[in-house]
Design a protein around this ligand. Structure first.
Ligand SMILES: Nc1ncnc2c1ncn2[C@@H]1O[C@H](COP(=O)(O)OP(=O)(O)OP(=O)(O)O)[C@@H](O)[C@H]1O
Length: 258
């Protein structure tokens, strides 16, 4: 598609998404997300053939928005755009400060947001390579991450919180196996794991929102791991699953003999 046409199509699409927003708050959020820099960034993703068009919004979170997109081959992708608001910036800056991979990144909001998007992308890469069940990372650019879309043509996969599981015990075991792989093979701890950050797709848990995941040698990684495991145990206990003792799970994951 010629460049001018692609840009015009993008602007048109973004206007339409804005017009279709039901509330004033939603419109305000979209205006914040689609600042000039971000629109230029999406345009770049289009001209470099990563995405062909933005289809529909999936979620408006505290920190970012997720959109369903399509590539030239008609494959669905998820585009996560981090908002450069003050609250997002302050929370994120805290995590980046404690991560040796981001030494020296500070200063402008834009730089920090780009570092954060690259952190989510790299965390996804490490996890995907370790065969943790996460969306496959495709590309990051500025404050945006493009990844595999998890869901159907009409709706994203539900979170564990939103779905009635056929076999909760199996999903529980699978989730703990993923936390274990993440620690042992990817060298990472998710650090914000709960039923809200796990999608249920093809009868398996898919872990998302990995921006804040830390390396296992991070000062607080054990505390984060404990919190993740306790959250998962709490949720599955509420579904009447016969859960394992959290200390036992943590020792197993960390390779500590009890
Ligand atoms: N790869 C994906 N495929 C399909 N849907 C996705 C994907 N990634 C995220 N989503 C959807 O977007 C929602 C928000 O994603 P995510 O948790 O990564 O963003 P967030 O901005 O941190 O959100 P929140 O502030 O709500 O935690 C998810 O609950 C899910 O519905």
């Amino acid at each position: 598609m010629p460049e001018k046409e692609a840009y015009a199509q993008l602007e048109h699409k973004l206007m339409a998404l804005r017009e279709n927003s039901r509330t004033g708050d939603e419109r305000k959020t979209l205006d914040e997300v689609f600042d000039h820099e971000t629109v230029m960034g999406i345009y770049k993703l289009m001209t470099s053939k990563i995405i062909e068009s933005v289809l529909f919004p999936i979620s408006t979170g505290k920190e970012g928005n997720v959109f369903a997109c399509e590539n030239l081959q008609g494959k669905l992708l998820a585009l996560k755009i981090y908002r450069t608001s003050n609250s997002t910036f302050n929370r994120i800056n805290k995590y980046i400060e404690g991560d040796k991979r981001f030494l020296g990144i500070s200063g402008s909001k834009r730089k920090v947001m780009a570092a954060w998007a690259s952190k989510e992308f790299r965390n996804l890469q490490r996890m995907h390579e370790a065969r943790v069940n996460v969306p496959e990372p495709i590309k990051f650019h500025r404050n945006m991450v493009v990844m595999e879309y998890i869901g159907s043509k009409t709706a994203p996969a539900p979170t564990l919180r939103q779905v009635a599981l056929d076999d909760p015990s199996k999903v529980y075991k699978n989730t703990i196996d993923n936390i274990s792989l993440m620690y042992q093979k990817a060298g990472l701890v998710h650090a914000d794991l709960s039923e809200y950050n796990i999608l249920y797709y093809k009868r398996k848990p898919v872990i998302i929102d990995v921006g804040q995941a830390v390396l296992t040698d991070h000062l607080n990684s054990k505390d984060f791991l404990e919190r993740d495991v306790k959250n998962i145990n709490r949720y599955f206990r509420s579904l009447d699953v016969d859960i394992e003792d959290s200390d036992h799970i943590i020792n197993n994951i960390m390779g500590i003999k009890g």
